[in-house]
Structure formats: C-alpha cells, structure tokens
Design a protein around this ligand. Structure first.
Ligand code: NIG
Ligand code: FE
Length: 432
C-alpha cells in the first residue's frame, strides 16, 4: 500500500520543500488519552550540549492531526471541543514520540552479504574482505545486476522494515552502482520508496578504474550533473582503501558547486582528516567517528557540523563505539542513525540504536531521542518540518506499547512500536 506520506515525499527535485499534494489529504486524526507524549524542546534548531536532553513530557495527552500536519498537541484538558468528522485512536496505555528520522542508511542495494557475515563470524575482518574485492564491491556487482525495478522493490521492502520500527523519514545513499546508470537508478529508487537521496558516488573505486583520481575524474565529468538533479546531498568514504582527504575534498567541492549539501563517512577505522575537511567545507555531517580521538572531539564540538553516530555498525563489526559521551559533553552536535546496509550494519531498527546509545555510549534516553528525531531532521535539512510533535510540523507519530516513552530505548530489541502515523495517516499497526 502506498501511503499519503509516500505520495507526498516521492517527488522530483522541485519537490524538496513539502510538495503539493495531488490526492486528498487524510482526514483529521485524533490520538487521545495517551499515557505520555514526549517531544524534543524548541521549534526547529538542533539541540546540543546540556540542551540535548531537553525533552518535554506531557502526562495524559492528545495529538490532533489535520491536513497531514500536527494541528494541536498537549494535555487532555486542552483538547479542543466541538471536534467532529475526526477519526480517533485510543491512546490508553500508550505513549507517543515523534516519528523517528534515520538520517544515514544504504537502503538501496541488490543481494545480501550473509556469506561474508559467516566469514566474519569465523574471524575474517571487514577491511580485509574489502581489500580482497569482496565487501562493498560484492554489493556493487549485485546492485549492477539487479535492474531498477528490483532496486525499487528492495528499497520499498527495506522502508517497510524501517517503518515497523518507527522510522517515518529515511535517507538512502547510492554508492553501490559506481557507474553512471546504476548510481542514478539507485537515487531514483530511493526517491520512489519515499526516501531522501544522497549521492555516494565516491564510496569506493570500482575495478574498471586504475586509481581513485581517474575514477573521480569520471564521476565529476560524467555523473555529477545528473546526480545533482536527483540527490539532496553528496557523501564520500574518506578512509584508507577508498579516498584520501585531498580526493574527498576535490569531490565534495565540486558537489557543493552543483548545489548539493555535503556529508562524509569519516574516522570509521582511521583518523584521516575527515572532521577537519567537514568543518572547512561547512558539511552537514561527518558520520561514524569510531576512531575519533580527543582532538577530533574538540574540533567537532567547536563547529556547526553534526557528528552522526552509528552504534549498530560498530556493534556489527565488533568495533569500538564512537565517543558519544565526550562529544556531547564537549558541546558537539550529534545525531544517531542505523547505517542500515548489507555489510557493516544489517539493522533497520532505530529503537535498537537508541538502546545501544544508552547502554554502550552512556547517553540518556532523552539525548538519544533528540539525536534520532530533531537533530537527525537537521542533518536532512528538514528541521522545523519533522522531528518534533508541534503544531505545523508533519504529523509523524510513533505510538509505543508502554506508558513511559523511555521504553523505546529500554526494551532491548523489543516489539515496542505499536502504531506508526505518517503525515496524519496510520502507516503501520502491529498485529497482536
Ligand atoms: O557506512 N563504510 C562505508 N560504507 C558503509 C558500509 C557499506 C558496506 O559495507 O556495504 C558504512 O559502514
Ligand atoms: Fe554508511
């Protein structure tokens, strides 16, 4: 089933602001008698430092959705009277949080890497598999062979998995095509599945190119202009074995000139200058940071760049967790995401990521929630449109099967998501 949210979000580049809706908007929806409603404080600015834990909690609450937006939200005693023609959801025993925002996924790919997973379980390293032509390149082979229809089908399926865990907005990267046609097919597939597309042309060097510079020449001459028509941001894997800081800088500067926002995969295995480059170029985010040391923490904290932390990836690869506590305490802007992909994080669950944030990185549940809602929305250039339960924002609501919203992080890998509302319409309901 295609939801209203999918229809409104699957437009072309002209639709980057919330697009015009060609079909009737969902009728008014009232979620009433909620045990709790929890939302990040503030209107649109991301929260950092001590403010990262500013979550407003209302006991005994309602959310009224109209025209796809939140019309009102607050304590039951403030429920407007005279509401008719309203569909109602009984919120007794449930709590509400904003729809979760997954600001870093690789949700469009062909095949899987379960064989590699077995090899890693037996001791093979992710980097060694990559260097031997497996890893990312094995997904490149499967993605090139899949065809666009199959890529759309797979991405739609992955989106459904994410939605069942409370994700109402997801970003999806290319980077498994590494040729003109497959990169563009991936970006179109992400759009078709309702996602926010990011061009990761510089993911790694495909075998038909001798070196990274020759491949970048091709990307910038032959793919960039078309990719910029489809994508909102560009991303690069700045790491030994993929692209160095000079190459990443060349790629990102050209992408910025073409109008794309900038993201980086950095400090996943080695500190290779990603934070400095992100700050210099005014990137939206630098993502991973498992290898970041104290100097990188201080540099990021003094900047406007968001550090996107991906603890499911660290867990899946048996890597150290990123220094989340140090980053937050130093005042850095952070967000949390799954990094959903077939190799380093076959995990679509943001609630699991929130659990890891609290148990492994010592974030408070409040900090984890803000990082995966309001701050993730900021990374996607959607602050003030999604990520909070406030009048005028998209009516994206997750109802949790618990009277205390913190169960979203507390219930480790639990079935905590009861109902998901997207743009004011029920998009997922857990069957008993
Ligand atoms: O974010 N590290 C680079 N890219 C992805 C993994 C891609 C893959 O293994 O297929 C990441 O972890
Ligand atoms: Fe990633």
């Amino acid at each position: 089933m295609v939801s209203a949210a999918e229809r409104t979000r699957a437009g072309g580049p002209a639709d980057r602001e919330r697009p015009a809706v060609s079909e009737p908007l969902p009728a008014a929806l009232l979620i009433r008698d909620l045990a709790q409603l929890a939302t990040p404080a503030g209107a649109s600015a991301p929260l950092r430092g001590r403010a990262l834990r500013d979550v407003e909690v209302t006991e005994g609450a309602f959310v009224l959705c109209r025209g796809g937006l939140v019309a009102a939200a607050g304590p039951m005693r403030e429920l407007p009277t005279g509401l008719d023609d309203v569909e109602e959801i009984d919120g007794r025993g449930l709590s509400a949080i904003p729809g979760l925002v997954d600001c870093h996924t690789h949700a469009c790919f062909g095949g899987d890497r379960v064989g590699e997973f077995s090899l890693r379980a037996g001791g093979a390293s992710y980097e060694a598999l990559h260097a031997a032509g497996g890893g990312i390149l094995s997904t490149v082979r499967a993605t090139r062979a899949a065809g666009e229809d199959e890529l759309v089908r797979a991405t739609v399926q992955h989106r459904a998995w994410m939605r069942a865990h409370g994700t109402t907005t997801f970003e999806g990267k290319s980077g498994y095509g590494l040729d003109h046609d497959t990169e563009l097919a991936q970006l179109r597939a992400v759009r078709a599945a309702g996602g926010v597309p990011t061009w990761l042309g510089a993911h790694t060097v495909p075998p038909e190119f001798g070196d990274a510079d020759a491949y970048l020449d091709f990307l910038l001459a032959e793919v960039l202009q078309d990719a910029a028509e489809l994508a909102e941001a560009a991303d690069v894997f700045l790491e030994r074995g993929s692209f160095d800081v000079a190459q990443a800088g060349r790629y990102l500067r050209a992408c910025a000139e073409a109008g794309l926002a900038l993201r980086l995969h950095g400090d996943q295995f080695t500190e290779s200058g990603a934070i400095g480059l992100a700050v210099e170029l005014g990137a939206r985010s630098v993502d991973h940071l498992e290898a970041t040391g104290p100097e990188g923490v201080a540099e990021l904290a003094a900047s406007a760049v968001t550090g996107v932390l991906l603890p499911a990836s660290a867990l899946f690869l048996g890597r150290p967790m990123p220094p989340a506590r140090a980053l937050v305490d130093a005042g850095a802007l952070i967000a949390l995401a799954t990094d959903f992909n077939p190799g380093s994080a076959f995990c679509e669950s943001l609630p699991l990521v929130l659990s890891l944030a609290c148990t492994q990185m010592k974030l408070a549940p409040e900090e984890a929630l803000v990082a995966a809602t309001a701050n993730a929305a900021h990374v996607l250039g959607r602050a003030g449109r999604i990520g909070r339960l406030r009048p005028g924002l998209s009516a994206d609501v997750v109802l949790l099967d618990a009277t205390d919203w913190r169960h979203v992080a507390y219930h480790l890998a639990g079935d905590v998501v009861h109902t998901v509302v997207e743009a004011g319409a029920v998009a997922f309901r857990r069957t008993a």
